[in-house]
Ligand binder design. Structure first.
Ligand code: CTP
Length: 397
């Protein structure tokens, strides 16, 4: 899939630039041609010599390099690639892109191009979370720019959170998906999954029963069709899939905030088992048995994430899919739920005890759309996911 594809790799200035060297090697191993561009800040972290030696290609770094202009102008350089990858994409580079600056070679190439662009952001967690960066990201997503990562974890600066550049295999997978011409290549899809945990006190919570298996399988199937997947997951018991952007949350309120941050998307699949209520005033100290009598918990209603996104005007995903776990009158209840929540489709499943679906490997689905109810034969969760991803591709691919 990568053989003889031409990738223009822009290396921004950040400690993660060292991973770009490995990225070049792995891309070349797969037969891709890598044309490297090193920003001035990038050259503080990796040397032009290492980049050119690994790429087997001259490094471009200066906008006003006359030889280059004679050989190949920056316009041509930006358009002769099949894909432009920016790794690491710094907050500064993204700000320049969002606002159309063209003060150096990297930003000029990104402004002059009509080639698809994939960013692998890397920065300090506070810089990533800053409203200015988040604004820029929303603008870039609106412009059709693709993202892989960042991941959460320990950072070189000693802090913890989102901001670590995606690992090289993840970037390769995102590049392959983008180039592979999968039916969802260039489409951005959101999947919620798992339960939410609503704290009672620091050691207790209320939750729905959910392993996250079906949501995880759906995210994997969408990524396999080439979609850029944002996977917002509560504390699930199955690990998240590879090659998607994972956002971990605990509560329904955090899940809604993460979903809103992930927009805009082409399609949103709400597979999470969100707790409908939370404890109105979670105790910040452990409640003791000896406090006298049974505790009285006051509940507050959680936001309905599916209904909130379905009711959005501008910025509503083209396709919004909800789930309905029902124990009886599946089609009637799910049809009513589709109307009540305002989503396009409902994936209804019968979770009555006798079906053994909850926590199992199989699922029995009825898909409710504006064309009516379509009952699928009982099948494995991965098969359900592949079938649903196929339908999503038909709708928004
Ligand atoms: N959902 C959501 N936010 C909530 C509750 C549910 O986004 N606060 C989504 C789920 O992810 C699922 C769909 O809504 O896609 C259906 O959830 P479900 O809990 O079955 O429906 P309820 O609204 O709770 O209806 P009922 O309790 O009547 O079954």
């Amino acid at each position: 899939m990568l053989a003889s594809r031409r990738i223009l790799l822009i290396i921004g200035g950040g400690i993660a630039a060292y991973k770009a060297l490995d990225l070049i090697r792995r891309l070349r191993e797969r037969g891709a041609q890598v044309v490297p561009v090193l920003t001035r800040a990038g050259a503080e972290f990796v040397t032009p010599l290492s980049v050119s030696a690994l790429a087997g290609h001259k490094v471009h770094s200066d906008l006003f390099d006359l030889t280059d202009e004679a050989e190949m102008g920056h316009i041509e350089l930006s358009r002769s690639a099949d894909l432009i990858v920016v790794a690491p994409a710094t907050a500064d580079l993204m700000a320049k892109m969002a606002h159309g600056h063209a003060g150096d070679l990297a930003s000029t190439l990104l402004l002059a191009t009509d080639t698809p662009v994939l960013l692998a952001p890397a920065m300090n967690v506070r810089m990533w979370q800053h409203p200015a960066t988040q604004r820029n990201i929303a603008m870039l997503r609106g412009d059709g720019i693709g993202f892989v990562g960042p991941n959460e974890g320990d950072m070189a600066c000693g802090e913890h959170g989102p901001g670590r550049m995606a690992e090289v295999p993840e970037i390769i997978e995102a590049i392959a998906a983008r180039l592979g011409g999968g039916r969802l290549a260039g489409r951005r899809v959101l999947v919620t999954s798992g339960p939410t945990h609503e704290p009672i006190d620091p050691v207790r919570y209320i939750a729905n029963r959910s392993s996250g298996a079906q949501g995880t399988a759906i995210a994997r199937a969408l990524a396999a069709l080439g979609a850029e997947v944002v996977f917002v997951t509560g504390p699930a018991s199955v690990p998240p899939p590879e090659g998607v952007t994972v956002v971990r949350v605990e509560t329904a309120q955090e899940m809604l905030a993460a979903v809103e941050r992930a927009l805009p998307v082409d399609a949103a699949i709400f597979a999470a088992a969100v707790a409908d209520w939370r404890v109105a005033h979670a105790h910040d100290r452990k409640m003791k048995k000896t406090a006298g009598g049974l505790p009285a918990l006051e509940f507050a209603e959680n936001p309905d994430i599916l209904a909130t996104v379905s009711a959005m005007g501008a910025g509503r995903p083209r396709l919004v899919v909800g789930f309905a776990a029902e124990t009886h009158d599946v089609v009637e209840n799910a049809t009513a739920k589709r109307a009540r929540k305002g989503c396009d489709w409902i994936v209804a499943n019968d979770v009555s005890h006798a079906t053994g679906i909850m926590g199992g490997t199989e699922n029995a689905i009825t898909l409710i759309t504006d064309e009516g109810a379509e009952t699928w034969p009982r099948m494995g969760k991965a098969e359900v996911a592949a079938r649903l991803a196929e339908r999503v591709a038909r709708a928004v691919g």
